[in-house]
Every structure is written in C-alpha cells, then in structure tokens.
Design a protein around this ligand. Structure first.
Ligand code: NM2
Length: 541
C-alpha cells in the first residue's frame, strides 16, 4: 500500500471532523439534533441574506466573465478541438452534478409549493398552482448552475492554461492566498470542502434510499423497513465501489450512458403517454413565470415576516436558502469535474454551456415529471396531496409513477434509474474525495484510497439512519458548508487575478500559454496615403 502519496493532514483532518460530528450524534441523538438544528436556524435565519446575495452575485459574475476578454480564453492550445463533443459533454456534466434527488424533487416539489406557497399566497389557490409549477425550475435553474460553475473557472484555468494540474480547492486559491495554501489555511479549506461534500452526499442518500426502497416494496411486496433501506444503501455502495475500483473512464462512463438513455426514455414516455398538452403548456408557462420574476425570486426574503404584519412562512429558509446551500456544498466537486471534461473549449463555452444545458436538463425533469403529478391532482384522478399526508413522500412519488400506463414496468425502470443515479453521484464523489487527500494524482487516485472514501460516504449515513439522526447530518452539512460562501469569493478572485495578469502579459508579447480567441489585437493596417498609392502604381509600371 503506497502511503507516501497521501496528504495526511487533510486525510486525518477530514476523517476527524466527520467523526467529531457523527460520534456525538450517535451517543446523544436528541441533544445533538437540537444543537445542529439551532445552529442551522441561526445560520439560515441570520445569514440567509448572504446566501441570496451569493447566488445572485455568482450569476452576475459568470455572465460578466462569459462576455469579457477572460471568457475568450481557450482552455487548451491554439487550434485544439474540444475533447468531448457537446452532447457527451452536457450529458457527463449533468450526470455528475445531478443525482437521484432530481427524481425525488422533480416529481413532488410542486406539491409542497401547492400546500405552502411563497409570497404569503393562499395554499391550494389558483396563484399557488401557477407558482408551484415554476418554483422548482428556479431552484434548479440558472443561479443554481452558476453556483456549480464558479469553482470550475480557476480550476480549469490552472489545469489547461497554466498547465498546473489542480485537484484541490486550496490550490485554486493560490493567486490570492499565496504560499499560505501550503500551510494550515490550505488544509482547512480542503477539509471544509470534504466535510461539506460528505454531508451534501448524505442528504442525497437520505432522500434517495427511502424512495428506492418504496419502489422495491411496490414491486416485490417486501416491507420498506430499515433492513431493506440498509440493503439498498449497501447495493449502491457495492455498485459504485466496483465502478470506482475499475477506474473513472470505464465505470463512470458506462453508468452515465445507461443513466442518460434510461432517463430520456422515462421522460419521453411520460410526456407522450401522459397529458402531453398540459405538460407542454405548463412547462413553457413556468419558464415564463421564472424569467419574468427572476429577480423577485432570487431576492425574496421575508423581512417583514417577523414584524407581525405579515405571516411568516419560512419559505425562503426552507427552500431557496437551503437549496443554495446544498448546491454550494456540491459546487467545488462539480467544478473539479466540469474542469476536467472541458479541455479545448473556451471559458465562455464552458460557462454558458453549464448554465444553459444544466438548466434545460432540470427543466425537462421538473416540467415533465412535476406537471404530470400536478395534472393528476388538478383533474382529481389521483389525490396526490391527500395521499402524501397519509403515506409520506417516498410512497407518493412511487404512486405517481404507478399512474402511468404499464405501471409496474415504469416503476421498475424508475427504481433502476434512481439506483444508478445514486451510484454515479457517489462514484464521482469518492473519486474527488480521494484525489483531494493525495499529494499528486497521476492518472487516477490510489484504489484503496477511493474505496475508503466510497465506504465512508455510505457507512456514516447508514449508522445514522439506524439511529435516526440522518436528517441531523443533512442539516450539519449545510452548517458545515457555511465557510464555502467565502471560499467561493476567493475562487472568483483567484480566477480574475490570474487571468487578468496573463491577459495583460499577452498584450506585450506573444505568450506561449494563453490563447485568446478573436480578441487578440491584430496589427492595424495603416491606410496608405494617396502619395504612397501613386508610388505603388508607378513601381508596378
Ligand atoms: N443538488 C443538485 O442528489 C443529487 O441529485 C445531487 C443535489 C445539489 C440539489 C445534487
């Protein structure tokens, strides 16, 4: 076993932090729950505004970068073609950044908005219905994808332009923090990132497992108890452990391909055999509502809520702020991944591609799956809300799928899709976790290291699931991800600082490393004077 390659302070630091949070939760579940819950209300309540400002600023920053000189920089050598064609690129991007949660929330998120609408609207009113079919798209829309894209900027820049492979978030802050990233500060940044990712992935697991269990129950009649859930978690771990073991290219690629085609099939089936016209109209309409109210939604906090003049709903804290925090803990990880697959593209292509294709992908899921459920509710053919109150969310999701023609086959495919989605997210997360704790990664991180993180990703939530503290871990991850707010700022600054310096330098001489499309100044053709023209003519004669 090669251990020299491991960056021990980061490895031990992350493990220590994880145990330091999990062990007290195991020993004192009630007190632990209360503590974490309080910390969460404190942060999202008092600093919710920071999350909203972060979301909007990151979005504005990326639009700026895309259309600035910096956006024209090519990630690679002059004349180099993109390594992956745009379709595979978008598909891989989506598979890495999106997991089984989209099947969960895509199908059911509207029902929560329908019952607890934003802006103090009356539950289940006409207005609530309109917003219910649009808000999910917003929470999985351009701002969310902008949060994902930002870390990719410095990482891709150092990787392909300065040709310094960076697999650590701390390393990407070097232009701003200087050599301090080699010391304690760097380790702290990486450990926080790892902790956030472990927690964010815990949230994914916590949502995905009961839904998959419910699918299995529906198909086999086995009770959806803890044993079944634990079995499912282990199955997913084994799938991703095998694919992790066989290496990035084969494992992740095969799984993402199956994933993509299966997802497209289910969506197409639902669209064609479901209420096609209703789905098309609500989706287009929802995009319109989102576009029209983009800034309203991106800034809506309830400043007057606790002044007793308005009814406080906690909608911003429970939804928008929670979502931004959740996307945030995944962001450095997705950034590393996006950077890796973007060789040969310009920064602008990478930025706009992530934001546009990512959003389109999520709109497809929310538009088709969500509005299918909404249709069932509004036509009265299946009382989703009533069923949910009586049987809980996971059972309702599976019951919605059961309303399709060929119901059992569709539930089977849906369940398989959820398992693969979960496995691919874990596959790529364990790959990144292992890379971050290595001093250098030539080709692939060490296998034992990958397996170690693959199992830590699963074991911790498993233990907590048995003891009933899984939602606490979820909340803890959001709390743990708080410092990432500031790290995002560092990442943006690093990118601008480094790329501006290189652009300035390339103004003076032909820089060998930086390739700027179109923008590079060409020597101006001087207009010839009439006299010179005359000289020319004379010479030719
Ligand atoms: N996000 C996209 O569970 C998953 O789908 C992974 C979740 C951050 C809400 C990502």
């Amino acid at each position: 076993m090669k251990t020299k390659l491991i960056d021990w302070p980061t490895f031990i630091g992350a493990l220590f932090l994880l145990l330091a949070v999990t062990i007290p939760l195991v020993l004192f579940p009630e007190a632990g729950k209360k503590f974490v819950g309080d910390a969460n209300s404190f942060l999202t309540g008092n600093f919710g505004v920071l999350y909203m400002v972060m979301g909007l600023s990151v979005f504005a920053f990326l639009v700026y970068v895309a259309f600035s000189k910096n956006g024209q920089i090519k990630l690679g050598d002059e004349g180099e073609k993109p390594e992956f064609n745009t379709f595979s690129w978008a598909a891989m991007l989506f598979a890495a950044g999106i997991g089984s949660s989209i099947l969960y929330w895509g199908t059911i998120e509207w029902a929560f908005y329908y019952q607890g609408p934003p802006f103090g609207l009356t539950p289940e009113s006409k207005e609530a219905i309109r917003w219910a079919s649009a808000y999910g798209m917003f929470h999985w829309g351009p701002i969310a994808w902008a949060i994902y894209t930002l870390p990719a900027l410095p990482i891709a820049y150092f990787y392909y332009v300065r040709k310094k492979p960076v697999l650590k978030i701390s390393e990407a802050c070097r232009p701003v923090l200087g050599d301090r990233v080699d010391g304690l500060l760097g380790t702290v940044i990486d450990v926080l990132f790892m902790f956030g990712l472990l927690g964010g992935a815990g949230t994914t697991l916590a949502l995905g497992t009961p839904m998959i269990a419910q699918g299995v129950t529906d198909l086999t009649g086995l009770p959806a108890n803890l044993g079944l859930k634990a079995g499912i978690m282990l199955l997913c771990t084994i799938i991703f452990a095998i694919s992790a073991y066989s290496g990035l290219k084969r494992g992740i690629k095969i799984l993402s391909d199956i994933n993509l085609w299966l997802a497209l099939f289910i969506l197409a089936f639902m669209f064609i055999f479901g209420p096609t016209r209703f789905i098309s109209e609500t989706t287009v309409n929802g995009i319109g509502i989102m576009a029209d109210n983009f800034f309203k939604m991106a800034t809506w906090l309830e400043p007057f809520g606790n002044l007793n003049q308005f009814n406080e709903t906690d909608f911003p804290e429970s939804w928008t702020i929670f979502y931004w925090a959740w996307w945030l803990v995944y962001a450095p990880f997705v950034g590393l991944f996006v950077a890796r697959i973007s060789r040969g593209r310009t920064i602008r292509q990478m930025v706009l591609g992530t934001m546009i294709y990512g959003t389109i992908g999520c709109i497809l899921f929310f538009g088709i799956m969500g509005n299918f459920g909404l249709y069932l509710q509004l036509t009265g053919s299946f009382d989703v809300v009533g069923f949910m109150d009586a049987n809980g969310t996971p059972a309702t999701i599976i019951e919605i799928i059961n309303q399709l023609p060929l119901a059992k086959l569709m539930v089977l495919l849906f369940t398989i899709l959820a398992i693969i989605f979960l496995a691919t997210t874990f596959d790529s997360s364990s790959y990144i976790l292992a890379s971050v704790v290595q001093k250098n990664v030539e080709g692939e991180p060490l296998r034992w290291n990958r397996l170690f993180w693959a199992f830590s990703l699963c074991l911790m939530p498993l233990v907590l699931m048995f003891l009933g503290g899984l939602d606490t871990l979820q909340t803890a991850s959001i709390v743990g991800g708080f410092p990432l707010l500031f790290i995002m700022f560092l990442l943006a600054w690093s990118f601008i600082k480094a790329s501006n310096r290189d652009i300035r330098a390339s103004d003076d001489y032909e820089s060998p490393t930086i390739h700027i499309k179109r923008w590079k100044k060409r020597p101006k053709k001087r207009k010839r004077s009439a006299l010179e023209a005359l000289e020319d003519v004379k010479q030719k004669e």
